[in-house]
Design a protein around this ligand. Structure first.
Ligand SMILES: C[S@@+](CC[C@H](N)C(=O)[O-])C[C@H]1O[C@@H](n2cnc3c(N)ncnc32)[C@H](O)[C@@H]1O
Length: 337
């Protein structure tokens, strides 16, 4: 038996009925106490996004309908926070589209989005269902780091890929094809033994299908990841999340623990640009929040909250903005059409 790490990741996460993201019932993610995302910290990410998307709506000339497609929408919490945070005429234009075939998460999203479903403000789309052209935004939080990806390593002489055999995990020499050319071009001062990175074969296809229906508006991706040169220098590998512990033991407990791969943001941006989007910018999530959240206004409003709620808001803000906390570990890519 020999399986590439990428095939293992695909099976562990997406095998129908058994994969971590394809089980009919949880526990998964925070419910399974394996990991939490920025959405588990509180509503501030969604509220900031609501303001950012309102700016995009203004820029498009305030269209009567502004569609937000969220691939990898999971429990629908970002949609809920967005719909709750949207104000005035923008709230009337906003239609949120949840797209994620994760059955346990989809059931939770049905509850989270329930107040808006009957009003036609929240819709559900299967991953294979097409969506017509729209003006608005494509928004994702931790979608791309959940796509199966293959770790590669440079020995100084050859490329090796990570595999699982009957003897356990290991590395074998193989031809990296396009990935090898990309890595070599991205290594800032040449390749050194031990350099290595992650290659997501499906990324071009996923990016193309997400950008295609966006006629005008904003593409915004929030994810774990780094620039291509930094990933190479650190020798990026798969990560496993189990019980809030992070380790590299990706081959253990398939379907019972989360697997993620760092996102190559240099490549993601290049692919988005290749789809005709422009004005691409990248920053850490913490910087993005400091730039786009109305911090002074919030501070004033929070004075009126009860003590416990005010404290939760403060914690949410600090987690998203302080050095070393969650906001520093995520990157945000924005691009416009
Ligand atoms: C790490 S979870 C993030 C969920 C949610 N965005 C959050 O922050 O809580 C990744 C999700 O992406 C979904 N996913 C993977 N590939 C997808 C695709 N091609 N289209 C839509 N969803 C996808 C998985 O089913 C899973 O629910």
């Amino acid at each position: 038996m020999r399986e590439t790490a990428s095939d293992f990741m695909a099976r562990a996460l997406y095998e129908p009925g058994r994969g971590y993201y394809r089980r009919p019932v949880g526990p998964w993610g925070f419910e399974g106490k394996d990991y939490y995302t920025a959405l588990d910290l509180g509503p501030l990410l969604g509220e900031t996004l609501a303001l950012r998307l309102e700016q995009a709506w203004e820029r498009l000339g305030r269209p009567a309908r502004f569609t937000v497609l969220e691939p990898g929408a999971g429990r629908g919490w970002l949609g809920r926070d967005l719909l709750q945070g949207a104000r005035g005429a923008f709230a009337e234009a906003l239609v949120y589209v949840h797209r994620d075939d994760n059955p346990a998460a989809r059931a939770m999203a049905g509850e989270a989005l329930e107040p808006w479903v009957g009003k036609g403000r929240a819709l559900f789309l299967r991953e294979d269902e097409p969506i017509g052209p729209f003006a608005g935004a494509v928004l994702s939080n931790e979608l791309f780091d959940a796509l199966p990806a293959q770790p590669w390593r440079w020995t100084g002489e050859v490329w090796e890929r990570e595999v699982l055999t009957l003897d356990g995990p290991g590395w074998e020499a193989a031809d990296p094809g396009e990935a090898g050319d990309w890595f070599a071009a991205q290594a800032e001062d040449g390749l050194h033994p031990g350099d290595g990175s992650i290659w997501c074969e499906d990324l071009p296809k996923r990016v193309a299908e997400l950008c295609a229906p966006l006629q005008a508006g904003l593409f915004l991706a929030i994810d774990y990841g780094e620039s291509a040169p930094r990933l190479l220098a650190k020798g990026a590998d798969l990560r496993r999340y189990k019980g809030h512990t992070v380790d590299g033991r990706w081959w253990e407990e398939p379907g019972e623990s989360d697997l993620t791969a760092d996102v190559d943001f240099t490549r993601l941006e290049a692919l988005v640009r290749a789809q005709g989007l422009g004005e691409a910018t990248q920053s850490s999530l913490s910087r993005w929040i400091r730039e786009h959240a109305p911090l002074a206004e919030w501070e004033g409003q929070w004075q009126a909250l009860d003590g416990a709620t005010r404290l939760k808001r403060m914690e949410n803000l600090l987690q998203l903005t302080l050095p070393g906390m969650m906001g520093e570990r995520f990157r945000v890519l924005e691009a416009w059409r």
